[in-house]
Design a protein around this ligand. Structure first.
Ligand code: SF4
Ligand code: SF4
Length: 362
């Protein structure tokens, strides 16, 4: 394979120890060994030795959510996610990307989002149009919020307005590069999308509503050498600071909240405390089963386009975890997990975004 020497070393370093087996959100719901990092590394080692064709692992590498749970657990200290992304790059270079992924790439090229949605929700558009053209602070909404969770995007905008923050949202917000990098890894195309986005981020502060964009701005741009002059912060850390410095005055309620930690925040960006600071200011923090850096994915909207049944089971599995911990209200940090959990929400437990929790405590 054309993948890097480091990735080849990662594949061959796998001790097939199974330490990553029980923590894979996909493998846990499908029950299929092939979905675990261990089996994927084994399959790739066969491709590397010409015992299997590359296209034989194409579906398999798209069944990984890139959630990083296996990377955190891997006893070798290597990173199976890096390998998966590189194989996705190799597949596109060799014209062997599965057709259902090519469809998403075409959607991206035609509409700017993998979902192929041409129009922005009219209420969200009106909310964005109500904001000043220029400001020091930019709220970057991200593709999932704009096209799949406009209600969340509207609430986030309204909360910042209530806080008296002088901010704007770009009327034609570009793709951060998250989707393309997810689909085809670190290719020249992905870099081009990121560079294009970087050109319009000339603000003092960029508040990322979606942890996926925060991760791309703070990690991938750095790796590509794409400079951002803006101070990039996550929505959760920004809101926690507004509460801490008294800009947002919340009243503690007697409600119990259970956090669905975003893996992008907790594992990729090392951010676990701001959401807890917010929840503790608003009520009781009743932890989820497997939380913080150990969090389990609750859903991914891009994967929902081609593995909807599995994604529903992933979200359902998180609801079971929440129920087992006596959760009353689950609180999400990212639009993808909010929408996926909402799609299979059981009766008797509430689901709220972090901005909903703050808003009801004002
Ligand atoms: S990154 Fe997540 S989904 Fe992919 S193999 Fe590892 S644990 Fe499973
Ligand atoms: S924890 Fe690491 S070494 Fe062990 S099976 Fe998983 S990928 Fe291989």
């Amino acid at each position: 394979m054309l993948i890097s020497q480091k990735s080849k070393e990662i594949i061959d370093s796998c001790r097939f120890c199974w330490m990553c087996r029980h923590i894979c959100p996909i493998g846990n719901v499908t029950g299929q060994e092939r979905n675990t990092a261990r089996a994927r590394m084994l399959a790739l080692s066969l491709v590397e030795r010409d015992a299997e064709p590359l296209e034989g692992v194409a579906d398999n590498v798209y069944e990984c959510a890139l959630c990083g749970a296996c990377t955190k657990e891997c006893v070798t200290g290597w990173d199976p996610v890096k390998v998966v992304k590189e194989v996705r790059s190799e597949l596109i270079m060799k014209g062997k990307t599965p057709p259902y992924i090519m469809k998403l790439i075409e959607n991206l090229q035609n509409t700017g989002n993998v979902y192929g949605i041409a129009e922005v929700d009219s209420e969200l558009k009106a909310e964005i149009d109500s904001l000043p053209e220029t400001a020091d602070t930019l709220l970057f909404l991200g593709r999932d919020a704009i096209y799949k969770s406009p209600k969340s995007a509207i609430e986030a905008i309204r909360l910042l307005k209530k806080a008296g923050v002088s901010f704007t949202v770009l009327k034609n917000e570009p793709d951060s590069g998250y989707a393309i990098e997810t689909l085809i890894g670190k290719t020249a195309e992905s870099k081009g999308v990121m560079e294009n986005c970087a050109k319009v981020l000339n603000f003092k502060t960029v508040v990322c509503y979606d942890p996926a964009d925060a991760k791309v701005f703070l990690r991938e741009y750095k790796e590509w050498g794409i400079d951002l002059s803006a101070n990039v912060v996550t929505f959760t850390s920004y809101m926690a600071e507004l509460i801490k410095n008294g800009t947002l005055k919340v009243k503690k309620s007697n409600k119990a909240y259970t956090i669905q930690d975003s893996a992008l925040l907790s594992r990729d960006l090392d951010e676990v405390e701001p959401i807890r600071d917010i929840i503790k200011a608003c009520g009781e923090n009743r932890e989820m089963l497997i939380f913080g850096k150990d969090t389990m994915l609750a859903g991914n909207l891009i994967m929902n386009e081609y593995m909807p049944d599995v994604m529903k089971e992933v979200a359902q599995s998180r609801w079971i975890n929440a129920r087992n911990m006596g959760a009353e209200t689950v609180v999400t940090e990212c639009p993808a997990e909010y929408e996926m959990m909402l799609s299979v929400k059981p009766d008797g437990i509430d689901l709220k975004t972090v901005e909903e929790v703050i808003s009801e405590c004002l």
